[in-house]
Design a protein around this ligand. Structure first.
Ligand code: NAD
Ligand code: TYD
Length: 354
């Protein structure tokens, strides 16, 4: 079996669902269920004997050690993290606790388990760490896209904590020999995305008739990767990646934020036209920029294509249409995640921006 951490979040849940749709190898999901963790994401697996959920913290060493001893996974895939840049600006502490201290404790627990395996099992074992392109810092408009050789130059508390975790993973290979793999991927989007991030926030606000907040001039560039493509990349790296290597994963879809917002408006105009005939674009509102806002991220994903034969299946046009349609079809899911705590966050992040 495999142990997935953070499997109740956006990417982790998509990964668990995809994994069990394609394989009968069981999954143990260890998730703390922070505000971002939602067991409803995996409700379709209820009663499925291949799936086991445990609520807990990756930094809880006695728990993790017990789970490893009991279930004997052949691989650990670490998705668990605090993941939202804006939250890291308002409160970095949780990011250091989970992304740095938690990752270090998880590595220690996994190392102790791995060292006690048989020689054959030790050779087969993998620890796959899921990270982000944000660790590489910000690009100018003419810089080449990030390769795996770029220096880590993180600029936000979130990306600094992820860069620290990447360094720890590297150190556990070089110091202890733990067979690790790291993926650094670009901005994901797709079903089950918590509506604090740009794409789901814009869809949800548009449908609710609320302002569509665009930070600064809206010309910041991100590379967008459909989440199911990210899941297939992780499966591929787990199966065939070279131990100790880093693989950048991207969608070859660099776009300025304002273009993303306008594309969503155009799709909604087609799929759910407003009763007064106006476009959702009339709701676009420019607001105060994010402090330290990285201008551009771009991923060069040629290594994973060259070495492992992985390429994204979706273009942005196909992926964003599927995503908008998913939110239209799953408005109950949206209502459930917009709890009291979600409303508090919206107040914290947007009230002072004008
Ligand atoms: P998410 O915030 O949606 O989910 C994170 C999950 O981790 C939640 O279920 C949460 O409950 C769980 N968690 C948090 N702290 C934990 C802890 N201490 N112990 C156990 N579980 C804990 O995040 P996501 O968007 O699914 O991202 C998953 C991973 O991918 C993260 O490591 C993130 O840094 C990375 N990543 C995300 C993106 C993106 O666009 N979303 C891009 C690149 C990399
Ligand atoms: P986000 O989804 O938070 O991802 P990240 O900061 O990790 O890239 O934001 C994506 C881009 O959208 C980023 O440049 C910030 C911008 N953004 C807005 O313009 N308005 C918003 O309300 C949010 C949440 C983000």
């Amino acid at each position: 079996m495999i142990l997935v951490t953070g499997g109740a979040g956006f990417i982790g849940a998509n990964f668990v669902l995809d994994w069990l749709a394609q394989s009968d190898e069981p999954v143990l999901n260890l998730d703390k269920l922070t505000y971002a963790g939602n067991p409803e994401n995996l409700a379709s697996l209820q009663g499925d004997s291949r799936y086991l959920f445990v609520q807990g913290d990756i930094g809880d060493a006695p728990l993790v050690e017990r789970l490893l001893a009991q279930h004997q996974p052949r691989a650990v895939i670490n998705f668990a993290a605090e993941s939202h840049v804006d939250r890291s600006i308002h409160g970095p502490e949780d990011f250091i606790q989970t992304n740095v201290v938690g990752t270090m404790r998880l590595l220690q627990s996994v190392r102790a388990y791995w060292q006690a395996l048989t020689d054959a099992q030790r050779i087969e074992f993998r620890f796959l760490h899921v990270s982000t392109d944000e660790v590489y810092g910000s690009l100018s408009p003419t810089d080449p896209a990030f390769t795996e050789g770029n220096k880590l130059e993180p600029n936000s508390p979130y990306s600094a904590s992820k860069a620290a975790s990447d360094h720890l993973v590297r150190a556990w290979l070089h110091t202890y020999g733990l067979p690790v793999l790291t993926t650094n991927c670009s901005n994901n989007y797709g079903p089950l995305h918590f509506p604090e991030k740009l794409i789901p926030l814009i869809i949800v606000n548009a449908l609710a008739g609320k302002p569509l907040p665009v930070y600064g001039d809206g010309l910041q560039v991100r590379d967008w990767l459909y989440v199911k493509d990210h899941c297939s990349a992780i499966r591929r790296v787990l199966a065939a990646g070279r131990v100790g290597e880093i693989y950048n994963v991207g969608g070859w879809n660099e776009k300025p934020n304002i273009e993303i917002v306008k594309t969503i408006c155009t799709l909604l105009d087609e799929l759910r036209p407003k009763s007064d005939g106006s476009s959702y674009q009339t709701q676009i509102t420019y607001v105060q920029d994010r402090p330290g806002h990285d201008r551009r991220y771009a991923i060069d994903a040629s290594k994973i294509e060259r070495e492992l034969g992985w390429k994204p299946a979706e273009t942005f046009a196909t992926g964003i249409r599927k995503t908008v349609q998913w939110y239209l079809d799953n408005q109950d899911w949206v209502t459930h995640v917009q709890s009291g705590a979600y409303r508090d966050w919206v107040q914290t992040n947007y009230a002072g921006r004008g």
